[in-house]
Write a protein that binds this ligand. Structure first.
Ligand SMILES: *[C@@H]1O[C@H](CO)[C@@H](O)[C@H](O)[C@H]1NC(C)=O
Ligand SMILES: [Cu+2]
Length: 584
């Protein structure tokens, strides 16, 4: 029969949310320069500096140190003892959750810092303020300064490239064109990588990520300078040379930032890679930074670069952060010059205060949104990381050889919290239980591959579509986001049981209202309206809240499916367009 039941539209602004943009708040002091940082637990961040004279980072014996644990709940730092120089080093988690820091720089007798070039340091995260860095006598196969580290699919850690001594740009006699793997059996064997020879002199802190899906699954995307390759680490062979990336140099000291874009079950986790910013000229400190990005679809058999702008802001030393909703944030850095520091000479200037939001799903030319500018310059040796409440912790900056007060770009110990626009949405679910556990953020909750995890949440205000993401915020240093990854998780069931039956699961297991509480209310209103208009028909009313982008704005929409019980056809009604969030 296919009778169309109804055709009316109501456009009502039922949900009005004030236009808000991002916010910056000073959070606490880091004690040491946040040159390297990584979230370790829901409330703690490890901060590793190079050996320098941080006046407030005093150990109980009165000596000064260059590492600290920052507590997000108390906004305080706890100095951590170190005995080797962690200057421009790297870090990653083992699959079992133990943190590993390796590499570094020359001894610094003034601060009692030993040679860190071959240093290996373990840290077992804890939340009771007792854990300490353990430096072990076994050493790296060779010196590594400006190396990259990455958690491998096996849970081992890959240690890739770098130089054998501190330098500006790399050179043939300082290069360390090898990798080694840290595993339970201990593997200090270095394997040679020709790509790290071919990309001289701009191959320090190479970008490297595991390709998690698609035809290149299990291989690695490696990028340095302007070159990239799909690499087989297991057999130590390049699999496919990729075209040269358009635009400037992307690697230290012409430092850009790179990331694997968020992975989404809706496109079968198709891997894409993005590199942004950098500098086209070495040692030209007043030259504008690179204002381009390049993106590559690694799901393709013959991947090509797609060139984009960098949101209209030239930027060197950007930090890249996956936000919890799958947007990609770029912030920090400078619009002139390059990375590094020098005595008496400024290598970078014009701090890039304006953060940029990147929406990977938009067409070319419509992906960038500028957010509220910062006020604290975050130049060389600064970091940013997503933290567990969905905000971004931003810290560091010290483009000076040692601790410095006053003048332009002094040592910056203030950490800030950057609150992205989505935090102000009145639709954020409060998780009350995760896999049956109601005490959250105190101890790890183990989830195995393929396991379905029940998450119970409450929601007040107007619901959107509930989405879930899982994020590794990455080890942060020198614009690197080592191991950073975000995956959109498929939600198998939000208290619904199919399209034409409606089970009113209005309360969650805690007896609190769920998203469906709201939907039931809407459904009840509709049933009333409908029965008044069409008293003889039977209906199923299936409201569905959605968020979508329209004309560059994020809007919320409620679709209502009204169905005559006896018919196979749907009456489809678009009901309410409510909210417009403003990103300026
Ligand atoms: C995790 O694995 C690493 C590498 O095998 C090992 O050194 C570390 O002790 C392990 N941590 C725990 C808590 O077992
Ligand atoms: Cu450095």
């Amino acid at each position: 029969m296919g009778r169309k039941l109804l055709s009316w539209f109501i456009f009502a602004s039922v949900f009005t949310v004030a236009c808000v943009n991002a916010q910056w708040t000073v959070d606490g002091l880091t004690g040491v320069t946040a040159m390297h940082a990584m979230m370790l637990t829901p409330t703690t961040i490890i901060i590793i500096d190079k050996s320098e004279t941080n006046p407030d980072a005093k150990l109980p014996d009165g000596s000064l140190t260059w590492a600290a644990e920052y507590n997000l709940a108390t906004h305080k730092f706890r100095p951590l003892k170190l005995s080797t120089n962690t200057f421009c080093s790297a870090g990653a988690f083992f699959g079992n959750g133990t943190f590993l820091s390796t590499g570094g720089g020359e001894p610094n007798p003034a601060n009692n810092a030993g040679d860190g070039y071959r240093g290996i340091r373990y840290f077992q995260p804890c939340q009771d303020g007792t854990c300490e860095i353990i430096e072990v006598p076994n050493l790296l196969s060779s010196n590594r300064w400006y190396n990259a580290m990455l958690t491998m699919p096996t849970g081992d850690i890959l240690n890739f490239g770098g130089s054998v001594q501190s330098t500006g740009a790399n050179s043939a006699n300082k290069n360390n064109p090898t990798f080694e793997i840290h595993s339970p059996t201990g593997n200090n064997k270095a394997s040679n990588v020709q790509f790290l020879v071919d990309t001289l002199p701009y191959n320090l802190f190479p970008f490297i990520h595991v390709i998690p899906d698609g035809i290149w699954q299990g291989y690695y995307i490696v990028f340095a300078n302007k070159a990239s390759v799909i690499y087989d680490i297991t057999n130590n062979v390049p699999i496919k040379a990729l075209p040269e990336a358009p635009g400037g140099i992307r690697s230290y000291p012409c430092t850009g930032a790179a990331t694997l874009l968020p992975l989404d079950y809706q496109n079968n986790y198709n891997p894409e890679f993005l590199v942004c910013g950098g500098q086209s000229m070495f040692n030209q400190f007043t030259n504008p930074a690179e204002d381009s990005c390049v993106r590559m679809d690694l799901g393709s058999a013959d991947p090509k670069w797609e060139a984009d702008n960098f949101g209209g802001i030239p930027r060197v030393m950007p930090d890249v952060v996956h936000l919890a909703d799958g947007h990609v944030l770029f912030l920090n850095g400078a619009s002139l010059g390059q990375a590094g520091y020098n005595t008496g000479k400024l290598l970078a200037d014009n701090p890039a205060f304006t953060p940029l939001l990147y929406d990977m799903y938009q067409p070319l030319g419509q992906r960038w949104t500028k957010l509220t500018p910062a006020t604290i310059p975050r130049m060389y040796h600064s970091v940013a990381s997503l933290i567990t409440d969905g905000t971004v912790w931003v810290a560091g900056s010290n483009p000076n050889p040692n601790f410095k007060t006053g003048g332009l770009y002094p040592t910056e110990y203030r950490a800030e919290i950057f609150t992205p626009p989505y935090i102000s949405a009145n639709t954020r679910p409060q998780i009350t239980s995760f896999k049956g556990q109601t005490t959250l953020n105190t101890s790890p909750i183990k989830v195995t591959y393929g396991e379905a995890v029940p998450i119970i949440y409450t929601l007040t205000g107007t619901p959107g579509t509930i989405t879930a993401t899982i994020v590794h915020p990455g080890f942060r240093t020198h614009s690197q986001a080592m191991s950073m990854r975000l995956v959109h998780l498929q939600i198998t069931d939000i208290a619904s049981s199919g399209q034409d039956t409606y089970t009113a699961k209005t309360l969650n297991a805690n007896g609190q209202p769920s998203e469906y509480a709201f939907q039931v209310e809407i459904a009840a209103i509709f049933k009333q309206l409908l029965s008044k208009a069409y008293p003889t028909l039977m209906y199923h009313v299936l409201p569905e809240a959605k968020e979508y982008d329209e004309d560059g704005f994020r809007r919320k929409r409620l679709d209502v499916l009204v169905r005559d019980s006896g018919l196979s056809a749907y009456g489809y009604e678009l009901l309410v367009e409510g909210e417009q969030r403003c990103f300026q």
